[in-house]
Write a protein that binds this ligand. Sequence first.
Ligand code: TXE
Length: 493
Amino acid sequence: MTLEKLENFIDGAYAAPHSGQWLETENPYTATAWGLIPRSDAADAEAAVAAAQRAFATGPWPALSPTQRAAMIHRIGDTIAAHAEELARIEVRDNCKTYKEMLNQVKRIPDWYHFYAGLADKLNGQVLPTDRPGHMNYVRHEPLGVIAMITPWNSPLMLLAWKLAPALAAGNTAVVKPSEFTTASALRFAELVYQAGLPSGVLNVVSGLGAEVGAALTAHPGVAKVAFTGGVSGGRAVYQAAARDLKPVSLELGGKSPNIVFPDADLELAARGVVSGIFGSGGQSCVAGSRLLVASEIHDNFLARVIELTRKIRLGDPMSPETDIGPVATRPQFDHIMNCIGFAREGGATVATGGVQVADPAGGPGLFVAPTVLTGVTNDMRIAQEEVFGPVLSVIPFEDEADALRIANDSDFGLGAGLWTRDVARVHRMAARLQAGSVWVNTYKATSQISPFGGYKMSGLGREGGTEMIADYTRVKSVWINLTDEVPYGFPL
Ligand code: TXE
């Protein structure tokens, strides 16, 4: 079979990698390579950053009024909406999350572009009432320059939108390094938005490995900020590399999020929330509710309900509307999940259901892990502390509210937390004390462009979403003007 050959997208045109090298990219469901993606290196990062710098400083992009820029960003949202099915299919071919999930996700991406387009002409400066006699002072919010955006494989275009929409709205330009497992959607997206009128060089895409072109991009002195979503080790490497030039970074790094179930909850609703909170996307979600904290007094009954629902989950072809979970997205990820189940067992956990590789019902070669529920877990076990990023739920009993809070917060991570209770006073007490960037009460995984999202502790730095975070894509300048004919001697501070 001839493999489709993709190219980088730099300065408004496709470009082969300088190295002349390519990497195979495959469909995890059929376990066959369908294409070749550029194995880019520092020379490609250089070309992309140079194009983004030119587009930032000269040409049509900086000449657009904020209102014109807003209209352009709005068009990007419309373009995605018009191509949602095509883009969702490209995503599914690479990461094998279900088509129904990815289509739903891609259809929501325009909201991000439309929301931030609305902010493009509202980055107001301020005239300050200064206490310096005879002086006027005002504050400007200026774009940073070239933003490097490094994205993972689980929700490629959505996680790009979380970065690109506010960055463009603030007037920046971008170089995107998508995951080596899911490169195709970003390249097609770039082509589509250029067709929609985005000036050349404003959005560039370079593909390849994190340790190669990703690292080169992060370390590039022409990059003003790095916005990263991925694992902790990649995030740490990015943070270290960015430190050399004191570049600001935003990091979204995953979690070990608890779903906490109290006896007074609607237990049927809670069971459905817990099961979809972990097994949705096959657990390949940064906010996967991978720890179930359940009150001891309801432990056995609630667990039975969770197991019953878990066993009903349908694995199979991600394109089929009947399928709930597709195969694991990558071979390293599959190995990692099986390894985690292994060390959980060795650590004393019991497999209540799942725990094994299963075959595709249609007989295909994709790598499937049976949705797994582990009991007998204590929070100090490795399985309760490390991110699996797969369909594995650890069940941990608690005695009372204080105990639940202690266990929930006893984690290096702090991305999300679910709370299932009808006690409104408890809701507010716990919401204030949970160390998590998002707290969901009687629901889970609700996110929106209007609300900030991000982590405490090792789950990351900075926030994505909401009006305030657009400031993270700007720098602030204070301008002083002497309105008199006198100059203070010595300019004392
Ligand atoms: O992430 P990586 P991977 C977690 C999850 C998973 C683990 C590893 O636990 O098991 O991370 O997943 C680029 N300089 N999450 O391997 O490696 C890389 O090329 C610059 C959480 O996919 O962090 C890719 O584009 N770039 C998560 C991106 O970083 C580097 C989503 C993410 O890859 C780099 C995915 C470097 N030194 C995995 N090293 C979430 N938060 O949603 C890697 N990259």
